[in-house]
Design a protein around this ligand. Structure first.
Ligand code: PSU
Ligand code: MN
Length: 294
């Protein structure tokens, strides 16, 4: 595991840090938007007073905090894999490069000693039988705070909410009582708790840690200007049918659906995806700053 010098300094000085995932760079967004976004997220975290640490696997090396040159290389690398828990060891052993999913980033960020992580949307339960993201399991056993705009809209939200409850993942609605649905700010699914500020989120996370709860605290941040829930549902239904017809499955499914949603919506889902990623990075940095004071 290689830490960027700025990241190790921040860790020893107990300065606020925010981990960022990289599957969104390698598989979640079109090029060259992916690189612009990756840079923008780091900048957003800095402006809010924290140190960013984008996590990825570079030529077999787990890297916590990429340099700008490394960020650029990863964003251009069309051969980069998508690293989750089931292929992490093999990618490292074989010297390959990969973006890390929420599951892999959660695992690696926690191992490196980081407490706060920002992403766009988490993986969850797909409508396809037995397709459930490893994000859920990893969030159930790693005590880290993750800021997202909810489970991605391509998922079965009711089932994902039930699984999060069963797995004991702490859910905190950020200024909302209902689960945000990634591209849309709301859904009909009621959340068990709500916080009104970064300080309150930091305190809830700290309390869960002090109690020794094994899982993550998921701060659910509704996107400020999102898309209509029913409209997104329509595009998702269409894209899901296409994926089934084309035989797309496994780890290729999420990237396929995100790409099709972008096309079907005339780019609207990408605009919203970028907005929510930035908003989540900002909130995560504010929470990391508050946590450093708790
Ligand atoms: N958030 C985004 N875009 C993405 C992802 C999240 O805005 O591409 C990625 C995350 O890395 C997440 C992954 O862990 O999609 C889920 O993939 P799967 O459903 O195959 O577990
Ligand atoms: Mn899957």
């Amino acid at each position: 595991m290689r830490l960027h010098p700025e990241v190790s300094q921040a860790l020893s000085a107990k300065k606020p840090l925010v981990a960022l995932e990289s599957t969104v760079i390698t598989h979640g967004l079109p090029r060259p938007t992916n690189l612009e976004l990756a840079r923008k997220l780091e900048e957003t975290v800095r402006q809010a007073g924290a140190v960013p640490a984008t996590i990825a696997i570079l030529n077999g090396e787990v890297t916590i905090g990429l340099t700008d040159t490394e960020l650029e290389a990863l964003a251009h690398d069309e051969t980069a894999d998508k690293a989750s828990l089931w292929n992490l060891g093999a990618i490292v052993a074989q010297g390959r490069s990969a973006g890390t999913t929420v599951a892999a980033t959660t695992f690696l960020a926690h191992r490196a000693g980081l407490q706060v992580f920002a992403t766009g949307g988490i993986g969850g339960v797909h409508p396809h039988p037995y397709d459930e993201s490893a994000d859920l399991l990893e969030l159930s056993r790693t005590p880290i705070l993750v800021v997202s705009a909810g489970p991605k809209s391509i998922l079965d939200l009711a089932a994902t909410t039930e699984r999060l409850e069963s797995l004991g993942v702490a859910l905190l609605g950020y200024k909302t009582d209902y689960l945000p649905a990634f591209h849309s700010p709301g859904s009909p699914h009621k959340l068990p708790a709500r916080v009104e500020s970064p300080e309150e989120a930091a305190k809830a996370f700290q309390a869960a840690r002090d109690l020794g709860l094994p899982g993550a605290s998921l701060v659910l941040n509704p996107v400020s200007q999102g898309l209509d829930f029913a409209q997104v549902e329509g595009w998702v239904a269409l894209a899901t049918q296409e994926a089934a017809r084309a035989g797309v499955q496994g780890k290729a499914l999420t990237p396929f659906l995100l790409t099709r949603l972008a096309e079907l919506s005339g780019g609207q889902t990408v605009t919203v995806n970028l907005r929510l990623l930035e908003e989540n990075a900002r909130l995560a940095a504010q929470i990391a700053v508050a946590l450093a004071r708790v």
